[in-house]
Design a protein around this ligand. Structure first.
Ligand code: ATP
Ligand code: MG
Length: 209
C-alpha cells in the first residue's frame, strides 16, 4: 500500500468540498426553479439585536440603484438627526421621507399627543400603500405603534395586504405581534449576542445613527 502524503489529504478535502458545493447548487437551483410568483414582498425585521433599521436602509440603497420610487416613514424621532435622514433628505429626491416629528420619542410618552402623532403619520402612509408608483416603502419602528395600541393592528395589516401588487414593504422594530408576523412574507429576527453599548461604548455617528 502506498503512503498517504499531505497532498492526498488536501485532494480529498478539495473533492469533498466540491461535492458539497454541487449538492448545495442543485438545491438552490431547484428552489429558484420552484419560485415562480412575481410580486412585491412584505418584510418584518424584528428582534433585540442591532441591525433592523440599517438592513431596511440597505434595501433602500438597492432600490435606489434601480431608480425606484421609495417612501420612508419613521415612527420614532431620534434625539439627534440620523445619517439616513440627512442623506435621503439632501441627496435623494426620489425618496419621500417623513418622520413622526414632535410625537413619540422615548422621552415624551404623552399618550394623547403620541396617538395623535401616530395617526397623523399613518394618514401619510396610507396613500403611499395605495400608490403603485412606490416600489418600496419602509415603515421604520412601526411595531411600537401597534404594541402601544396607537394604531389599529388589523387596519394596518389590512392596508398592507391590499397594497399594489408590485410594491414591497419593510417594517422594523422590536416585537411585532403574532398577527403581523403571520401576515408578512418574510420575518427575520435579529438576535443580540452582544452590543458595544453594554460595554460602555457610545453610539457612533455613521454607524448607530
Ligand atoms: P440599527 O439602526 O443600528 O440597525 P436597530 O434598528 O436594529 O439598529 P433599534 O432598536 O431601532 O435597533 O435601536 C436604534 C439604536 O439603538 C441604534 O443606535 C442601535 O445601535 C442601538 N441598539 C440597537 N440594538 C441595541 C442593543 N441590543 N443594545 C443597545 N443598543 C442597541
Ligand atoms: Mg431601528
Amino acid at each position: 500500500m502506498s503512503e498517504q502524503t499531505p497532498e492526498d489529504g488536501q485532494e480529498r478535502k478539495q473533492e469533498k468540498h466540491k461535492k458539497a458545493m454541487e449538492k448545495q447548487k442543485t438545491k438552490v437551483d431547484a428552489n429558484i426553479e420552484a419560485a415562480s410568483i412575481e410580486r412585491g414582498v412584505s418584510i418584518l425585521l424584528t428582534g433585540n439585536g442591532k441591525g433592523k433599521s440599517s438592513s431596511a436602509f440597505g434595501m433602500i440603497m438597492r432600490a435606489l440603484g434601480y431608480g425606484h420610487k421609495i417612501g420612508v416613514v419613521q415612527f420614532i424621532k431620534g434625539q439627534q438627526l440620523s445619517g439616513e435622514e440627512l442623506y435621503l433628505q439632501q441627496q435623494c429626491p426620489q425618496v419621500d421621507f417623513y418622520q413622526m416629528g414632535t410625537g413619540f420619542t422615548w422621552d415624551t410618552q404623552d399618550r394623547e399627543s403620541d396617538i395623535r402623532a401616530a395617526q397623523t403619520t399613518w394618514a401619510f402612509v396610507e396613500p403611499m400603500l395605495g400608490n403603485p408608483e412606490y416600489q418600496l416603502i419602509v415603515l421604520d419602528e412601526l411595531t411600537y405603534m401597534l404594541a402601544y395600541g396607537y394604531l389599529d393592528e388589523a387596519d394596518v395589516i389590512d392596508t398592507i395586504k391590499r397594497r399594489p401588487i408590485e410594491q414591497s414593504v419593510v417594517i422594523t422594530g422590536r416585537g411585532g405581534g403574532s398577527a403581523l408576523r403571520e401576515a408578512m412574507d418574510t420575518v427575520s429576527e435579529v438576535k443580540e449576542i452582544k452590543h458595544a453599548f453594554k460595554q460602555g461604548i457610545k453610539a457612533r455617528q455613521g454607524v448607530d445613527y
